[in-house]
Design a protein around this ligand. Structure first.
Ligand SMILES: *[C@@H]1O[C@H](CO)[C@@H](O)[C@H](O)[C@H]1NC(C)=O
Ligand SMILES: *[C@@H]1O[C@H](CO)[C@@H](O)[C@H](O)[C@H]1NC(C)=O
Ligand SMILES: *[C@@H]1O[C@H](CO)[C@@H](O)[C@H](O)[C@H]1NC(C)=O
Length: 418
C-alpha cells in the first residue's frame, strides 16, 4: 500500500509539473502579426470546401504564359511548360489591414487554402490530374487570391506534317473544372493579359501566336453548362538542320539521276550511279520513318517526293540496261525501219543528235570499236555501220529520257514544294 501511494504521488507531481509548464508564456518568440492573422483566418477553415455559399458563384480568371514547348511527333503529343495565372475570390479571407499593422497581403502554402479543381481536358497523361506545381498563393485583404503555378501539360495534338520540315502546327490546351459547373465555378479569360509569350525560348520552334477562348458546353449528364478555357498555340518549325538532312540530298539525287543519262551509252557506271542514289534514298526513308509518325494525316511531301524518285530511278535502271545492251552487243540485224525513221531520222533524231554523221555518236562508235577491238575478231560479220546506228539510237534514248526526266522532276517539284 505504501509503495502504491508513493507511485501515485510521483505521478501526481509529475503531471502537475507538466500541467503548469504547458500553458506557460515561455515561448522563445512572440507571435507576429502575420501569425495572428493566419491563425485567425485559418481557424476552422476547410480547404476542400468552396469558399462561397452553394448558390453563389466563384469567378476564376485564367491567363497563361508559355515558357517552353516540345512536340513529340512520334506520339502526337505536345508538351508545354507554362505559368498559369489564376485569380479568384475567397470570401473567407477578408480582414481589416488597420487591425493587423497594415498588412494587406500574406503568403500561404498551396495546400493551406481552397483551390479550383482545374483539369486539362485533352491531357495525354490521364492519371495525372495535378498539372500544377505547389507554389505559394498570395492572399489579399479584400479576399482575392492570386496563384501562379508553374505547370506542365502533355496534350494530344493533331499534327499536320504535310509540309515537314517547314511545317506550322496548331495545338490546343483545354482547361476546365472537372466537377464544378458554371453556376459554381465560372471561368473567364484574364482581362489584362490572357496569353503571354515574352518568355518563350526554343531552338527549334517559333511561337507565332497564343490565343485564348472561353466556351460553354452542355454535357448529356447534367442540365448545367460547363465552361472551359481553351488556349490555341500556333508555332512554326525553324529547321536549318532538317534542311540539310532532307532537302539537300533531294537536290543531289535529282542531279545524280540526270547526270547518269550523260554518261556514254555503253558505260556501266550508269547503273552504279543509279544504285548509289537508290541506297541514299532508302537510308533517308528509314530515317524518316523513325522520326515521323506513320498515322499523321497526309504523309510529308518530302517523303512522297523521295519514294516517287525511287520509282523514277527504277525506270532509269531499266533504260540504262536497255541502252547498255544496245551499245555494247554487236547486233547482226540493223535497227528496225519504223524505229529508225522515228528516232534517228525524224524530228527527235534531229534534236537529240541521232542523225547520220553526228560527231558525238560517231566518235563514240569509233571509241568503242577501238576499245573492243579484241572482241571484234569473232564478230567481224557485223558491219560497223549497223553498230553505229545502234549506238546512235542508244544516245537518242538517253537524251530523250534526260529531257523527260527534267520535265518530270520540275513537275514533281511544283507539286511538292510550291
Ligand atoms: C514578447 O512580448 C513581451 C510583452 O510585449 C515582451 O516583454 C517580450 O520581450 C517579448 N519577447 C520577445 C522575444 O520579443
Ligand atoms: C462573377 O462574375 C459575374 C459576371 O462577370 C458577376 O456578375 C458576378 O458578380 C461575379 N461574382 C463574384 C463573386 O465576383
Ligand atoms: C497604417 O497606415 C495608415 C495610413 O497609411 C497610417 O496612418 C497608420 O499609422 C498605419 N498603422 C500602422 C500600425 O503602421
Amino acid at each position: 500500500m505504501k509503495k502504491f501511494c508513493l507511485l501515485w504521488c510521483l505521478i501526481l507531481t509529475l503531471s502537475q509539473d507538466f500541467a503548469s509548464g504547458e500553458p506557460s508564456k515561455s515561448n522563445l518568440w512572440n507571435d507576429t502579426n502575420i501569425d495572428k492573422l493566419k491563425s485567425e483566418l485559418l481557424k476552422n477553415y476547410d480547404r476542400f470546401a468552396r469558399p462561397e455559399n452553394h448558390n453563389s458563384v466563384t469567378n476564376l480568371s485564367v491567363g497563361i504564359t508559355v515558357i517552353h514547348m516540345d512536340l513529340i511527333e512520334s506520339k502526337g503529343i505536345l508538351e508545354t511548360h507554362a505559368w498559369l495565372k489564376l485569380r479568384w475570390n475567397d470570401g473567407k479571407f477578408k480582414w481589416d489591414p488597420k487591425a493587423y499593422d497594415n498588412i494587406t497581403m500574406i503568403h500561404m502554402a498551396a495546400d493551406e487554402v481552397w483551390q479550383p479543381d482545374l483539369t486539362v481536358y485533352n491531357s495525354a497523361e490521364a492519371t495525372l490530374v495535378d498539372h500544377f506545381a505547389k507554389t505559394n498563393k498570395l492572399i489579399y485583404s479584400d479576399g482575392s487570391v492570386l496563384w501562379v503555378p508553374t505547370s506542365k501539360f502533355e496534350t494530344y495534338c493533331t499534327m499536320n506534317l504535310k509540309m515537314w520540315p517547314f511545317d506550322e502546327q496548331n495545338c490546343e490546351i483545354k482547361l476546365g473544372s472537372w466537377t464544378y459547373n458554371a453556376y459554381q465555378l465560372n471561368l473567364f479569360l484574364d482581362k489584362e493579359k490572357p496569353a503571354e509569350t515574352d518568355h518563350f525560348h526554343h531552338v527549334e520552334w517559333d511561337l507565332l501566336k497564343v490565343t485564348g477562348e472561353r466556351h460553354e458546353k452542355y454535357y448529356s449528364c447534367c442540365p448545367e453548362p460547363y465552361p472551359d478555357i481553351t488556349f490555341y498555340l500556333q508555332f512554326r518549325r525553324r529547321s536549318p538542320m532538317f534542311k540539310a538532312i532532307a532537302v539537300v540530298p533531294a537536290a543531289v539525287i535529282v542531279f545524280m539521276t540526270l547526270t547518269a543519262f550523260w554518261l556514254p551509252p555503253q558505260s556501266g557506271e550508269k547503273l552504279l550511279l543509279n544504285g548509289l542514289a537508290c541506297v541514299i534514298i532508302c537510308i533517308l526513308l528509314v530515317y524518316f520513318s523513325q522520326l515521323l509518325p506513320i498515322f499523321s494525316a497526309g504523309s510529308p511531301l518530302i517523303v512522297t517526293f523521295y519514294s516517287n524518285t525511287l520509282y523514277l530511278l527504277c525506270i532509269s535502271f531499266i533504260i540504262s540496261v536497255i541502252v547498255i545492251n544496245m551499245s555494247r552487243n554487236r547486233k547482226r540485224s540493223p535497227v528496225p525501219k519504223s524505229i529508225k525513221s522515228f528516232f534517228l531520222d525524224g524530228f527527235i533524231g534531229g534534236i537529240f543528235g541521232g542523225k547520220q554523221g553526228d560527231t558525238v555518236a560517231d566518235s563514240q562508235a569509233e571509241e568503242l570499236k577501238e576499245s573492243e577491238d579484241h572482241h571484234i575478231i569473232q564478230m567481224t560479220a557485223t558491219s560497223p555501220k549497223i553498230h553505229n546506228e545502234w549506238i546512235r539510237l542508244a544516245i537518242v534514248i538517253d537524251r530523250l529520257a534526260f529531257v523527260i526526266y527534267i520535265i518530270v522532276f520540275i513537275l514533281m517539284g511544283f507539286l511538292h514544294f510550291v
